[in-house]
Design a protein around this ligand. Structure first.
Ligand code: PMP
Length: 429
């Protein structure tokens, strides 16, 4: 019997490149047919064949309270009934800005945008505008959206100025982007010693989620903070993924490091397009219309999206929310690790808050090169074995996973049972 997913995928490829509106959805890395989602509820979604999956992507992060949470859905319906978009300010935007500033104290002022890409791109422009410098530092394996100067392939060696990862990005646009190794404070020291007074900013995922999950070491981040302060560079934490995901105050609250600017997204929109960048008021005051750094958006602060975001931000402040989420995520990774071990599979896992990583390697990687050395073929086999058993992990070995507050003991235990049998299959293959 032909699957409805196959039919939809064939149709989609006729009118959309690769059949998808964002590349990772296409299953290119793992092979096979992407599942076309028809509906989602709590920890589950259903595909076009009405097969149910336990979802460990949660829309790549936003669905932290579970899919179609009734409080969020109600807020969206109420907001929609009052009009979809005005292009004029609303009280909802004020409330949201106040809430973000309260929850993330390094953010004194904030601007709402519609995607994480816009947030990091604008933060970068602000850093360059405020310092009058061009050079930026990013780290290999960190993804900050698809703005031109951030789409830079990491050089393998020391201090390599990047080549564009994407066609269509002029070499000229990225010649100011310096790519360094994640978790390598010595390299950062060298870069600042060589050209510290030319560096506008350092942008980093303080908990990296785009090369699977890799936590920064405290020393890496504190060195970064010290050097930025010493040389007058702006420290940008890209917490689009980690913000409100690893803890209520983001990764910066865990590490106790205060960035100058922070980019947020995903959770703050609760599944609708809201992202933000914010930080020191003296910097944010340099944004148009007050200052000279331009940035704008027709749908920025959209009332329906803000309503979804605010409802989500309220739900995650219920006492015990993050304790519960972290405990469930830990239960998952411990269960997966034990299941792999019992079948002699080289596998390990890591977690922070509601985010986790799975690695087909002996040890948790600390940087991109180590992550790349893990067994991708094994991951692909495991991914499909789990998919067959109704568990949906990220369809690529180098992505993090996400747990929601609706992933209760029974849901997690069912996943671990499925993993036990999937690892058994792997061990026999
Ligand atoms: N920064 C980080 C850390 C991200 O994980 C992402 C998206 N995965 C982005 C920026 C870009 O966000 P968006 O896809 O909303 O443009």
């Amino acid at each position: 019997m032909t699957s409805n997913n196959d039919i939809l995928f064939a149709r989609a490829q006729l009118t959309t490149p690769g059949g998808v509106n964002s590349p990772v959805r296409a299953f290119r890395s793992v092979g096979g047919t992407p599942r076309f989602v028809t509906r989602a509820h709590g920890p589950y979604f259903w595909d076009a064949d009405d097969k149910r999956y336990t979802d460990y992507i949660g829309s790549w992060g936003p669905a932290i309270v579970g899919h179609a949470h009734p409080v969020v859905v109600q807020a969206v319906q109420d907001a929609a009934a009052n009009g979809l978009s005005f292009g004029a300010p609303t009280e909802g935007e004020v409330l949201m800005a106040e809430e973000i500033c309260r929850l993330v104290p390094s953010i004194e002022q904030v601007r709402l945008v519609s995607s994480g890409t816009e947030a990091t791109m604008s933060a970068l422009r602000l850093a360059r505008g405020a310092t009058g410098r061009d050079k930026i530092i990013k780290f290999e394996g960190c993804y900050h959206g698809h703005a031109d100067s951030l789409l830079v392939k990491a050089g393998s060696g020391l201090l390599t100025f990047g080549n564009p990862t994407s066609a269509g990005v002029p070499q000229d646009f990225v010649k100011h982007t310096l790519v360094l190794d994640y978790n390598n404070p010595e390299q950062l020291e060298d870069a600042f010693r060589d050209m510290g007074d030319e560096i506008a900013c350092v942008i980093v995922e303080p908990v990296a989620g785009n090369m699977n999950l890799i936590k920064a070491t405290p020393e890496f981040l504190s060195t970064m903070r010290r050097l930025c302060t010493q040389y007058g560079a702006i420290l940008i934490f890209d917490e689009v993924m980690s913000g409100f995901r690893v803890a209520l105050g983001g990764a910066q609250s865990i590490y106790g490091i205060v960035p100058d600017l922070t980019a947020l997204g995903k959770v703050i929109g609760g599944g609708l397009p809201v992202a933000a960048f914010g930080g020191r008021a003296d910097l944010m005051q340099q944004m148009s219309p007050v200052g000279a750094v331009y940035q704008a958006g027709t749908l920025s602060g959209n009332p329906v999206a803000v309503a979804a975001g605010m409802a989500t931000l309220k739900l995650i402040q219920v006492p015990g929310f993050y304790e519960g989420l972290s405990a469930q995520t830990l239960r998952l990774v411990q269960g997966l690790t034990a299941a792999a071990e019992s079948h002699g599979i080289a596998f390990c896992a890591d977690a922070i808050g509601g985010m986790f990583g799975m690695y087909f390697s002996a040890q948790v990687p600390v940087n991109f090169a180590e992550m790349m050395a893990s067994d991708k073929t094994r991951f692909n086999t495991f991914f499909h074995a789990m998919l067959d058993r109704g568990v949906y992990f990220a369809p690529a070995a180098f992505e993090a996973g996400f747990v929601s507050a609706q992933h209760d003991d029974a849901v997690i235990d069912a996943t671990i049972d499925a993993a036990r049998s999937a690892f058994e299959e792997l061990a026999l293959s």
